[in-house]
Design a protein. Structure first.
Length: 244
């Protein structure tokens, strides 16, 4: 098991954020074992983007555990529908998470808020796939171009972070947790920032956004392949949402 001493946060946090850390972190310490690596790739200062894979409802929590203990409490871009759930929405707002309004006139608001947070030196986390992967073997699927757009319009570095093991806590679409008495191992691996330097002069070009996103997800998938010791699919699964 990798031992990481919790690092102090680089930012002032709302009291609710401290309350969540104080409540949830000890539970994860007891219920899971950790195999963490790549923390040296997280920037020591300045805002940055973390792009991660998404295959379990709890993987944002296990990823947050990794980032908090490395001194970078995360702020997530989350679906706006979550903010409409009465208690959850109020909690997310107080925790200063960023709502994403898809396919609406407010879609740009999330990017504006995310860029402001990055300028303040915060760690912004995006699950670029936008939903749980539909790949039958839980590999990352083709992502939406928002992460590439945010990266190019903000100029912030993008750190690819893959994780594996959260499905042993709660499987995809499962409603009951797995055998927590087994203390499933949570593997997290961060890689070096993705090189997007040749695209930085095209911050408003949709094709550049797509190319940047492709590179970012390829890096996340490569990190996951290392964790799993397996070869990923030659092409990422492509999910078409109903009505599109």
């Amino acid at each position: 098991m990798t031992v990481v001493r919790r690092q102090p946060s680089h930012h002032d946090l709302p009291w609710s954020y401290h309350a969540v850390i104080t409540t949830v972190r000890p539970l994860l310490q007891v219920a899971t074992r950790r195999d963490w690596a790549g923390g040296e790739h997280l920037p020591a200062e300045g805002g940055f983007i973390v792009a991660g894979n998404h295959y379990s409802e709890v993987d944002p929590i296990t990823l947050a555990h990794y980032l908090v203990d490395h001194g970078h409490p995360p702020f997530y871009l989350a679906k706006s529908s979550l903010f409409e759930v009465p208690l959850l929405g109020r909690a997310l707002t107080h925790l200063e998470q960023v709502p994403v309004y898809r396919a609406s006139s407010r879609a740009r608001d999330a990017l504006v808020a995310a860029r402001e947070a990055l300028q303040d030196g915060r760690c912004i986390v995006i699950m670029p796939e936008g939903t749980l992967t539909r790949d039958p073997d839980l590999w990352p699927m083709r992502a939406k171009p928002g992460v590439g757009r945010l990266a190019l319009t903000s100029g912030a570095p993008v750190v690819p972070v893959a994780q594996w093991g959260a499905q042993r806590i709660l499987g995809r679409y499962a409603r009951r947790p797995g055998n927590l008495l087994a203390r499933p191992v949570q593997q997290v691996l961060a890689g070096p920032p993705v090189d997007l330097s040749d695209l930085q002069d095209r911050p408003e070009d949709p094709r550049a956004h797509t190319e940047a996103t492709t590179r970012i997800m390829a890096a996340v998938t490569a990190q996951l392949a290392t964790l799993r010791g397996e070869e990923p699919p030659a092409r990422p699964h492509e999910h078409r949402e109903e009505g599109r």
